[in-house]
Design a binder for this molecule. Structure first.
Ligand code: FAD
Ligand code: SF4
Length: 548
């Protein structure tokens, strides 16, 4: 049941009235542009919708099976996209924009964006296609192929939900042997005048990491404000029911679903973060605590990636809070660095390195992902907690992703592509342009150092320092061998030994290799043997692909 309610005789006129808060606008008799809006392009001000002329143009949106199954998408991830798309479509109808919207359960849904688009082109015979550049290389290729096949011009417009363009990043990267976040971040701060006093950074320094990144101490987090969550309305409930039925076997659960799915909700979430969490964001940016999934993070990544929020308004809100004396500079700089820095940086890496980037495996890691990544059933307390909350909320903060789930996979030697599939599946904010460089590059060192200057490796002692997980764990982070040895600690030394030759070329690994040199042959052998036994135990009899 493709919802059109149109006046164009070549298109079957079908109603889908149950989804319509407003009557649908008739389609133009002759269509100039079919304006494609993807599930992560939900901004009424987006570049694709500039110069939209309702008497000539038609918006096209489609829910298709492939986007939820090309990786084994978590239920919350599917639901957030579908619900946000439906709410956005409702807003377009309210504004009187002609819209073709395909529902997932439409009997004639062809299951892929390409097939659905092709069908609409046959029906409407537009003169051209318009869209904002998609966030996913795979999607761009498939839609480009349709435009070529149908001999239609495709007007691909810059995505204004970033401070920079990919062209600017390419220019920055040109001629550099190494790409480093810090230089790109400073360039963007200069260019956009963010946290600047004339030519100098506010506070006289670019980076306040030394003031940030504390742990909670023995007492643990105190009076953490409740996160901004939104009770599902009728439209979201309908989506939840659909996902529970159609994707019943997919990871996770929907009972705690509360993500923002409209711009109004996203703005409320932003405001709540700025007033309640930002002041302590930097201080506890890297801290973890059992059973505390939200802490002082913003939880805005899905709203940003769906384009319900523009990074400019998020960054400006944070800077305004600092200038109004409502949040300390270290917290505000730390937060802005994530968005103006990392978010822009990883996007540049993705679009300048694809498609080869997807296949990179600099450490030649070949193990499969242990099957318990999909269930959380492990006796390692830190992993159980991080995966448990991931399945519960489709959310984990950066350090949980990098230094718990990511670190373990790196130390175990899992192939980066398997790790990438997991991260793209399970998080509510997962879109390939941001997920892939973070996973393959930062988390797994699969690109050999393009994204990160050294592998992010540590022993269990790092997790002990930054959390309370080790207290409730049967393992001991100080031990690398023996029955109670922490697997992270064993695998950490084993990793350094396995990659010693390669890592010696990296000056930033000097201290870690110096510590490795203190281990005698017997200690090395014992660690290797324990690592091998652990690896076998985790991987034996495990599914090599996610269950479907
Ligand atoms: C292995 C791995 C996979 C990741 N996959 C994703 C993903 O699929 N989608 C995603 O949006 N982020 C991803 N990240 C980055 C980061 O972990 C999430 O953006 C963050 O945890 C989202 O939670 P938050 O909104 O509370 O972030 P906060 O901690 O509040 O940070 C504020 C914002 O900064 C941005 N940000 C922070 N760190 C990064 C980063 N490294 N790269 C890009 N943007 C960043 C996000 O938009 C985030 O909302 C990944 C990180 C790792 C290590
Ligand atoms: S002891 Fe090791 S496995 Fe257990 S919680 Fe600590 S770091 Fe994780």
């Amino acid at each position: 049941m493709t919802e059109t309610n149109n006046s164009c005789s070549s298109v079957p006129a079908v109603g889908a009235a149950r989804h319509l808060a407003q009557p649908a606008t008739p389609l133009p008799g002759k269509v100039r542009n079919l304006v494609i809006v993807l599930g992560d392009q939900l901004d009424a001000q987006s570049s694709a919708l500039q110069n939209f002329e309702p008497t000539q143009d038609v918006v096209w949106m489609a829910e298709v099976e492939e986007e939820s199954t090309h990786v084994w998408s978590a239920k919350q991830r599917i639901a957030v996209f579908l619900s946000a798309m439906r709410h956005f479509a409702q807003g377009l109808r309210a504004r009187g924009l002609p819209l073709i919207y395909t529902y997932l359960n439409d009997a004639d849904n062809r299951g892929t964006l390409a097939l659905e688009l092709s069908q609409t082109i046959t029906q409407l015979r537009p003169s051209g296609l318009v869209m904002t550049a998609p966030g996913d290389w795979r999607v761009l290729q498939s839609l480009r192929a349709i435009a070529t096949q149908r001999n239609l011009p495709l007007d691909l417009r810059d995505d204004t939900h970033f401070f920079s363009t990919v062209r600017e990043f390419s220019a920055h990267a040109k001629g550099r042997k190494q790409l480093r976040l810090e230089y790109w971040y400073r360039e963007l701060r200069h260019k956009h005048g963010i946290l600047m006093d004339g030519k100098d950074p506010v506070g006289g320094q670019w980076n306040f990491d030394a003031d940030n990144r504390e742990s909670f101490g023995k007492a643990g987090p105190q009076n953490v404000p409740p996160p901004a969550r939104f009770v599902p309305d009728a439209m979201t409930q309908e989506v939840i029911a659909l996902v529970n039925t159609r994707f019943a076997s997919h990871p996770g659960t929907l009972h705690s679903f509360g993500w923002p799915v409209t711009r109004a909700q996203a703005l409320l979430a932003l405001q709540a973060f700025i007033t309640q969490r930002l002041p302590l964001f930097g201080q506890y940016e890297d801290a973890m605590w059992s059973g505390e999934p939200w802490l002082y993070h913003s939880h805005l990544s899905s709203a940003l990636n769906l384009k319900l929020l523009n990074p400019r308004e998020v960054v400006h809100a944070a800077e305004d809070a600092y200038r109004a004396g409502l949040a300390p500079l270290a917290a505000v700089e730390g937060f802005i660095r994530q968005i103006l820095g990392w978010r822009e940086f990883v996007r540049g890496i993705y679009w300048t390195q694809m498609p080869e980037y997807l296949e990179r495996n600099a450490l030649d890691a070949q193990a499969e992902l242990p099957a318990w990544y999909w269930t959380g059933e492990t006796d390692m307390a830190c992993l159980k907690d991080a995966i448990g909350q991931t399945l519960e909320h489709s959310y984990a903060h950066h350090i949980q992703r990098l230094m718990v789930t990511g670190l373990y996979a790196l130390l175990l030697g899992v192939k980066p592509q398997a790790v990438h599939t997991w991260y793209l599946s399970v998080y509510v904010d997962a879109v390939e342009w941001v997920e892939l460089p973070n996973t393959l590059g930062m988390g797994q060192f699969g690109d050999g150092g393009l994204m990160a200057s050294k592998p992010y490796v540590a022993s269990g002692k790092y997790i002990q320092r930054m959390s309370n997980h080790c207290k409730g764990c049967k393992y001991d982070p100080a031990q690398s061998t023996g029955a109670t040895a922490c697997p992270y600690t064993t695998l950490y030394w084993d990793f350094l030994m396995r990659h010693e030759v390669l890592l010696k070329k990296n000056p930033r690994m000097g201290m870690q290799l110096k510590n490795l040199a203190r281990l005698d042959e017997a200690a090395r052998d014992a660690i290797s043997a324990q690592a091998t036994a652990h690896r076998l135990a985790q991987l034996q009899g495990q599914a090599t692909v996610p269950p479907t």
